[in-house]
Design a protein around this ligand. Structure first.
Ligand code: AMP
Length: 563
């Protein structure tokens, strides 16, 4: 416990992951992970609507993905920035509302651990997250009652933690493959300076895709279509395949699953997995090559190669990286926790902690930002870059444009992000109109893009003839996150009943027992059924000591059965 009266308000470092989220704090001169109500530092990024209508976050929700798939959602970070709604029973939520529930749980864990309220945080985001995805992440934090001091790119956060740990590194490539996103960052340490040279990635590639590919192959082998399998069975099979994937490094794995009254078997070894994943592994190459090209380095110029993110535990990924770079990657620090530790390190820099004050970080904008322009009367929709990818941030760049004809009364500025020559192939960010006063000639205008360290963009337009200026913050989302939508989200979350934190260990064990019962058969199922009875009776007794003893015993018993 920290004495809240003598210490400054703590600033949290949060890794809001696709699969798991973590919270850390800088204390006693180092970054420290904060355990959740179950004593774990990893909180599954899963939300479930319990049978009594309360919201469960983390491990109990994770267990219910299998038993109550229609009331539970995970991996919603994959939809951040989109219009998608996710169903929890009869209620529907946006990805940022669900992220807010995870952030709220982390905040509660931090407050319980530190013994004081916390409201400030540095939150990590994938380097390749778009403007919209960053804004939605900030909004999720706002919904959870957290003020974002900085959004830090995940590989950059990892680089900060490594920089403190390994002072001998110079030119480094950070390979970050998480549950849903992939980032590659090339950077250089000249401590106290950490300079990012290039960052690139794929926002739709991660460990979840490797699990989904295995699930698809398994169903194909069984000649079953996903739609022909009951949702609960499909969720249970996906869970079994996820576990099988994580154990593949131990050798060939087997699973059996009861589908439509028939017990089916499936086996997987590394060689078959490599074949199933060939397409996904190929997708990993392009961002690596681009990051190296943009940073103007070749693999042999790198002093070290660092793997970050849970999915880099896959031997297939490690082998591919080793072959590509002709060396073994460095992974002394835990790839699951490094980003949160780095975010807390950045938080300490923001809070000007004495132990760390001198660390200076420069980051880049990972994608090109520009506007739609016309090359001639006939050719329009050309992408005119203003900030090129991998420009050091914060940055402010200006480019001159002109009206297309003398009578023009309005110019529409359409902002895009991407690397393709035509705007139709890039990501639309925002659009706004600038009024012109026709004066019988073509008018010139300067368009200035200012991109800050959080990855947020502002556009200023100056009409050269009149000197008139227009300023435009890109805060109106193309998918409709306006003030009304924001207020509705605040109201929706305020109306939710969150499961009490101190009751979570019991609720988690019940959910795990239910899942284990569902996934087992025969003697095991009978044994787990009796454990469910034992634990229900212990809970009914309301004797804290008895409940705690039974919880300990049954948790260990479940682990022995590998549930
Ligand atoms: P992260 O977002 O960094 O927590 O990474 C989560 C991803 O890492 C998930 O897709 C997991 O399936 C994957 N993962 C974690 N541990 C392992 C493992 N031992 N083998 C393979 N994949 C793993």
């Amino acid at each position: 416990m920290q004495d809240a009266r003598t210490s400054p308000a703590p600033l949290l470092g949060i890794d809001l992951g696709t699969t798991n989220s973590l919270v850390a704090v800088w204390r006693d001169g180092q970054a420290q992970l904060i355990p959740n109500a179950l004593g774990d530092v990893l909180t599954p990024s899963v939300v479930s609507l319990d049978d009594d209508g309360s919201i469960l976050v983390g491990a109990p929700a994770r267990a219910r993905l299998t038993t109550h798939p229609e009331r539970t959602v995970g991996a919603f970070k994959r939809f951040m920035g989109s219009d998608k709604k996710l169903e929890l029973g009869e209620q529907s939520f946006s990805p940022e509302e669900l992220s807010a529930l995870v952030l709220g749980a982390l905040k509660a864990d931090a407050e319980a651990f530190l013994g004081c309220p916390v409201s400030e945080a540095v939150i990590s985001v994938p380097a390749y997250f778009s403007d919209e995805q960053r804004k939605r992440t900030s909004f999720a934090a706002e919904l959870a009652g957290l003020n974002v001091q900085r959004l830090i790119n995940e590989p950059t956060a990892a680089a900060m933690a490594y920089g403190l740990h390994e002072k001998k590194f110079e030119r480094t490539l950070i390979f970050d493959l998480g549950g849903g996103t992939f980032d590659v960052t090339v950077l250089e340490y000249a401590l106290p300076l950490i300079e990012v040279h290039a960052s690139t990635g794929d926002n739709f590639l991660g460990g979840e895709d490797f699990t989904a590919a295995l699930l698809q192959a398994c169903l194909q082998d069984w000649q079953l279509k996903p739609s022909a399998v009951a949702p609960q069975t499909l969720a249970s099979l996906a869970d079994a395949i996820e576990q099988l994937k994580c154990k593949l490094s131990e050798g060939e794995q087997h699973l059996s699953c009861e589908v439509a009254g028939e017990t089916r078997q499936w086996s997987l070894d590394e060689a078959r997995a490599l074949k199933i994943w060939a397409g996904l592994l190929a997708r990993i190459r392009a961002p690596i090559e681009q990051a190296l090209r943009d940073a103007r380095v070749s693999p042999k110029d790198l002093d070290s190669l660092v793997l970050v993110g849970g999915a880099t535990r896959m031997p297939a990924v490690q082998q591919m990286v080793a072959t590509l770079f002709g060396r073994l990657p460095y992974r002394h620090l835990d790839p699951d926790t490094i980003v949160a530790l780095g975010a807390a390190t950045q938080a300490a820099c923001k809070a000007r902690d004495e132990a760390i004050e001198e660390l200076i970080l420069t980051d880049v904008c990972p994608y090109t930002l520009g506007i739609s322009a016309a090359r001639s009367e006939e050719v329009s929709g050309v992408f005119a870059p203003i900030i090129e990818r991998n420009t050091v941030i914060p940055t402010s760049r200006v480019k001159r444009f002109s009206s297309t004809h003398a009578e023009q009364k309005m110019i529409r500025i359409e902002v895009y992000q991407g690397e393709r020559p035509w705007v139709r192939d890039n990501i639309f960010i925002d659009a706004f109109d600038i009024e012109l006063t026709p004066n019988g000639s073509i008018q010139s205008l300067d368009v200035r893009f200012s991109y800050d360290i959080n990855g947020l963009l502002e556009v200023d337009v100056t009409l050269l003839d009149t000197g008139k200026q227009h300023s435009h913050s890109i805060d109106r989302s193309p998918t409709g996150l306006d003030q009304q939508a924001r207020q509705a989200s605040h109201a929706r979350l305020a109306g939710l009943k969150i499961h009490p934190r101190d009751a979570l260990p019991n609720r988690t064990l019940l959910a795990r027992l239910e899942r284990a019962w569902m996934q087992s058969l025969g003697d095991d199922r009978e044994r787990i059924g009796s454990w469910l009875d034992d634990f229900s009776s212990a809970l009914a007794s309301q004797q804290p000591e008895q409940i705690s003893r039974q919880r300990q015993r049954l948790s260990e018993a479940l682990e022995q059965l590998r549930f």
